[in-house]
Design a binder for this molecule. Structure first.
Ligand SMILES: [Zn+2]
Length: 342
């Protein structure tokens, strides 16, 4: 099958469009013909190399996958040939205490498509039956590939971790990212007020179209000052971020008393300085968030199937141009998800 793999870690030029062996399924697995896959920032980290994750090389990344079932293993019961499906990105054992509690991403054997197993930058991918979910509503393959990872991430951050409540104010950093564009919509579902942050007016206009009530252009305005202005000096109840070091001070300063800061990433750097006196004095909470459970994905997919939360697609590239697609992501020249078509 055609695939995009890398044989060594490095820059964009390590991505090779080439033949790879077609995956062989086990009795409890399903073979999916990939019709669309989506990029995530994770793909860039993995290509460059993450010290704590030892990948098998050559390696195929890609955590968001939609396609058609073309073969099922002998003990597979629920899924059949021809089904239109998306894959839940997180793979866990399904039989430990954390998995039983729905805390899939806390499972000790947790991984994602494209991390310790091959992912979606290919014509075919194999999946445990447990990860195969029917495409909800009348979503296209493109729309279905655009939603899984960012939807479960944003849902887990806002609903499960930060426990966002109706009427609260939420600051969505990097509103043009995949997770940001979904977070705006989830926050509006629960009638929160959304303040969206991005670096261009074009992105902020799109954020408004998704429901953002207020917008901040971080290249022209001070985030913390604007938040204070919009909230009459009070600050926001929730800050959701994955930018990290470059915006940490602004994020922390923007929090109201009892505010919650929730993060799922550090694209600009991971070291931050914290004033503990302000943390306790203002009774703030810092929360880490990583992916979410299959149950949470199914929950948010209901709204996506009803088109009350919609997939935000930036662009699509043929699989062979995966390096160009990743460059677009590196340049932050995007609003929503970038897709690949094998
Ligand atoms: Zn488990």
């Amino acid at each position: 099958m055609k695939s995009v793999r890398f044989h060594e870690h490095g820059n964009l030029d390590v991505l090779k469009y080439e033949d790879a062996p077609e995956p062989k399924i086990a009795a409890n697995e399903v073979l999916v013909k990939v019709r669309a896959s989506a990029l995530n920032h994770l793909d860039l980290w993995l290509r460059r190399g993450v010290a704590s994750w030892k990948l098998f090389l050559p390696h195929i990344v890609g955590s968001d996958i939609a396609g058609e079932v073309v073969e099922v293993g002998s003990v597979v019961k629920r899924v059949k040939d021809g089904d239109r499906v998306l894959l839940s990105p997180g793979i866990s054992c399904g039989q430990c205490e954390q998995c039983f509690k729905g805390l899939d991403s806390a499972c000790r054997s947790y991984t994602l498509f494209g991390v310790l197993v091959d992912g979606g930058y290919a014509e075919y991918v194999k999946s445990p039956e447990m990860n195969v979910i029917p495409i909800p509503g009348d979503l296209s393959f493109d729309e279905a590939a655009a939603v899984p990872l960012v939807s479960v991430t944003a849902w887990h951050m806002l609903m499960t971790r930060a426990q966002l409540r109706p009427g609260e104010d939420v600051l969505v950093m990097a509103a043009g990212s995949g997770v940001g564009s979904v977070a705006i919509q989830i926050a509006k579902l629960v009638s929160a007020r959304v303040i969206a942050v991005a670096g261009t007016d074009a992105k902020l206009e799109k954020a408004r179209a998704l429901g953002a009530d207020e917008v901040i252009n971080h290249r022209q305005q001070s985030i913390a000052k604007e938040v204070k202005r919009v909230t009459d000096g009070r600050g926001v109840d929730v800050v959701m971020d994955h930018v990290g070091a470059a915006v940490w001070d602004d994020c922390f300063e923007s929090l109201a008393t009892y505010g919650r800061f929730v993060t799922c990433g550090t694209t600009s750097g991971e070291e931050a300085k914290l004033n503990l006196r302000v943390l306790y004095g203002r009774q703030r909470t810092l929360q880490g968030s990583f992916m979410g459970g299959k149950g949470e994905l199914v929950e948010v997919l209901k709204f996506i199937g009803q088109r009350r939360v919609r997939a935000v697609i930036d662009s699509a590239f043929p699989l062979r141009e995966a390096a160009m697609a990743q460059k677009k992501m590196e340049d932050r020249d995007l609003f929503g998800k970038i897709l690949l078509h094998p």
